[in-house]
Write a protein that binds this ligand. Structure first.
Ligand code: HEM
Length: 276
């Protein structure tokens, strides 16, 4: 049984994750990403998403420190077990609580907000529920188990097992005495990896890293009534005044000096024709 859970199952899940992701990337480009539900509900999305994403960022950092860096490295650096666990429990605990609260808010929002629920798929609920269980169990281990039962040194068991898995020689015996919540945390993590290609979680592979440096997108109003001042640019000489299209001031950005065409007006006209 240990061979199944700690060798066969993780590799099978990773194989499904890699092949499924490649398949979806090649054949499912149109649905790739995480379809935004901001237009349906904004307030709880903002709270939940911020808590979840900031929390998970620090949790990932903690997993690298605790699972990928061997205990011997900390010993060589003179970091005592007490100092490590104090930092891991406080920082990891706070990050875990933030991620858990954020994920719970997102899950409840998806269940109880009618507009969001009606625009959700089964895969949205499966992904969010699994994610919540993984995070809640990890946080329970860090916050509850370590403080109630006593500190658990995962750097001697789960850590070497994870590194063994990456280096293709996992030792299932290392996982034998691991607390049950942590075992379930790891098993559900691989289940999450296996289902992720078929859910909105594929967006983790398309993190918008260039977002802060890219040129801003200018939005145009559909019917000539402008929703944002970004639409106007006071420094564009010779552009017609915005009230030309129903705006209230400034100049129209879409004005092309070379052709003398007002792109926004042309686009609006085309839309009107289309609707008619
Ligand atoms: C091979 C995969 C993973 C392994 C082996 C693993 C293992 C662990 C371990 C050993 C802990 C620390 C428990 C303690 O403090 O005693 C932990 C905590 C935690 N894990 Fe994981 N984990 C994995 C994947 C994940 C994933 C994918 C997520 C989130 C999506 C996650 C979220 C958490 C959270 C929120 C905590 C509590 C906060 C913290 O200590 O960082 N884990 N996990």
């Amino acid at each position: 049984m240990a061979q199944f859970w700690w060798v066969i199952f993780p590799y099978a899940a990773l194989a499904v994750c890699i092949v499924g992701t490649l398949y979806r990337f090649v054949y499912g480009q149109r649905g790739w990403g995480s379809k935004s539900s901001e237009i349906l509900e904004k307030r709880w999305l903002r709270v939940g998403s911020l808590l979840f994403h900031w929390g998970i960022l620090f949790v990932i950092g903690g997993h690298v420190m605790g699972l990928l860096v061997p205990l011997s490295v900390y010993e060589a650096l003179g970091v005592s077990s007490e100092a490590y666990h104090l930092l891991a429990d406080v920082a990891g605990g706070l990050a875990g609580l933030s991620a858990t609260a954020g994920c719970l808010i997102l899950l409840l929002r998806r269940i109880f907000n009618k507009r969001v629920r009606r625009n959700s798929t089964v895969s949205d609920f499966v992904a969010l529920t699994l994610l919540f269980l993984v995070i809640a169990l990890g946080t329970a281990q860090t916050v509850v188990y370590n403080n109630v039962v006593g500190p658990y040194e995962y750097r001697l068991t789960v850590g070497p097992w994870t590194r063994g898995l990456i280096l293709l020689h996992p030792d299932p015996a290392l996982m034998a005495g691991v607390p049950l919540a942590l075992k379930i945390h790891v098993v559900l993590t691989f289940l999450l990896f296996a289902v992720s290609p078929f859910t909105r979680l594929v967006h983790v592979w398309s993190a918008p890293l260039r977002y802060p440096t890219r040129a801003p997108i200018q939005y145009r109003a559909r019917w000539g009534r402008f929703v944002s001042d970004a639409r106007f640019h006071p420094n564009v000489p010779d552009a017609p005044p915005s009230h030309h299209l129903g705006g209230e001031g400034g100049r129209i950005v879409g004005w092309d000096h070379r052709t003398g065409h007002d792109e926004a007006a042309v686009a609006k006209e085309r839309l009107v024709q289309k609707v008619r």
